[in-house]
Write a protein that binds this ligand. Structure first.
Ligand code: SF4
Ligand code: SF4
Length: 424
């Protein structure tokens, strides 16, 4: 990757620390992913993307900007990716999933802040994320208190924009968010010098839909018994979806879906048909955070779904049919975004119903609620989720963890015991 040093330097990265980051992620990826038996051949593309995650893809973004295009980073699926695409921009997901730069963030944030918030700010402060440095604008949202305060600090370091997300899906909440979507569109027009026309939105919605349909296809094939793809590989595909070029990602994910559909037809799986099947529900697992999926896999379970924003909470939300006008489409986009069952909403029964739907569809035997430590919304909601799962006769456990490896062995013991219980 040394061939990219001059590009990283021009982006303002701290090259020594950045080399340290790559040196940590590379071997971890090899031991977790490349060592898996019976991987679909189509996963080679995703391995290549990870191998080039700070190389070729960044080169593409730099080239896009050189031609006058904009790059917009987001921390949450509430950022309307279709609007960014509609002005010819490139949306990228920025939520870092590693604890590499957390000490940098802790100079500004309380230690009892969730790892995702600390990593998001830390990667900027440590100058180790080339995606961040490619962003003309980063867009945040008011989904939780820690995040919204972090954005105030981030604004001192990077051009930023914050969208207000309502806490209730009432008529007033919907009207507020629609106005937020409109205003964000105006900001994008100002930044890009373009205008969001109805046909741009139609095309952008279709591009996003194609990507989500490909992800849904993989999710459907994954439901087979035995499952044709490991939970780790399926999670990786979702993680890559936030970085990669949309049409290319769609094509490669469709190719993967086709291959694993053929595996299903041939009865070929990555684990025995009677392996315990688990859905992970909770806070999103941003790249390169695989801890819980890895522990479940090590314990002999198959992860068959993620009820998370790096999972079904993202790819299952589609923009509803509308009148095709600019206003009609903006309204449909805002409404789709509010269909994301984030724990920021109150009440949020839609989410518990959705978790049960995912469990039924995937024929899962149990649920692991995976919550990042210090995430008040998901941690508190976990009680209501557990109660609903219990009423539905679905076994579950809740684990609170972070990006470090300190608790790995303690979690391993709990997860092994849970998987063993599911076997009986
Ligand atoms: S869990 Fe909530 S805050 Fe986090 S990415 Fe999803 S919608 Fe956004
Ligand atoms: S995991 Fe929880 S605390 Fe952390 S950013 Fe997401 S909603 Fe906020």
């Amino acid at each position: 990757m040394s061939e990219y040093h001059s590009m990283w330097s021009e982006l303002g990265l701290d090259l020594d620390r950045h080399d340290g980051l790559l040196a940590a992620v590379g071997p971890a990826y090899e031991s977790v992913f490349l060592s898996q038996p019976d991987r679909p051949k189509a996963m080679e593309y995703f391995d290549f993307v990870v191998g080039e995650v700070h190389g070729l893809r960044i080169q593409e973004l730099v080239e896009h900007r050189r031609k006058g295009g904009i790059v917009v980073g987001a921390f949450c699926v509430f950022a309307p990716e279709d609007l960014i695409l509609a002005v010819g921009g490139v949306p990228v997901g920025l939520c870092a999933g590693a604890d590499f730069a957390i000490p940098d963030a802790e100079q500004f944030l309380p230690r009892n802040t969730c790892a995702l918030i600390k990593a998001a700010l830390g990667f900027k402060l440590a100058a180790v994320c080339p995606y961040f440095e490619c962003c003309d604008l980063v867009v945040g949202e008011t989904t939780c208190d820690g995040k919204k305060k972090m954005y105030e600090i981030l604004a001192d370091h990077h051009p930023s924009y914050v969208m207000e997300v309502p806490q209730r899906k009432t008529d007033q909440g919907r009207a507020l968010f629609l106005e937020e979507v409109r205003q964000f569109g105006s900001r994008l027009e100002e930044l890009s010098g373009g205008r969001i026309e109805a046909e741009h939105l139609r095309h952008a919605i279709e591009v996003v839909h194609a990507k989500k349909r490909a992800l849904q296809r993989v999710a459907r094939a994954r439901r087979a018994r035995p499952s044709p793809i490991s939970g780790l590989d399926a999670l990786l595909v979702s993680q890559v979806s936030f970085y990669d070029d949309y049409p290319r990602f769609t094509e490669k994910t469709d190719a993967l879906a086709q291959e694993i559909e053929a595996r299903v037809a041939a009865g070929q799986g990555v684990a025995p048909a009677d392996a315990p099947r688990v859905v992970i529900a909770g806070t999103p697992a941003a790249f390169p955070y695989w801890k819980v999926t890895q522990l479940l896999t090590d314990a002999g379970a198959v992860v068959v779904g993620e009820e998370s924003c790096v999972g079904s909470r993202y790819y299952d939300t589609m923009t509803r049919a509308n009148d095709g006008t600019r206003d009609g489409q903006l309204e449909a986009i805002a409404s789709r975004l509010l269909d994301t069952h984030c724990a920021c909403f109150t009440p949020n029964e839609d989410r518990t119903e959705d978790i049960i739907r995912v469990v039924r569809e995937t024929q899962a035997d149990g649920v692991v609620q995976s919550v990042l430590q210090f995430c008040q919304t998901y941690a508190t909601e976990s009680y209501l989720v557990e109660r609903a799962l219990e009423e539905a006769g679905i076994p579950s456990i809740e684990i609170e963890t972070d990006y470090s490896t300190e608790d790995t062995e303690r979690l391993r013991t709990r997860i092994e015991a849970f998987v063993e219980m599911l076997r009986q």
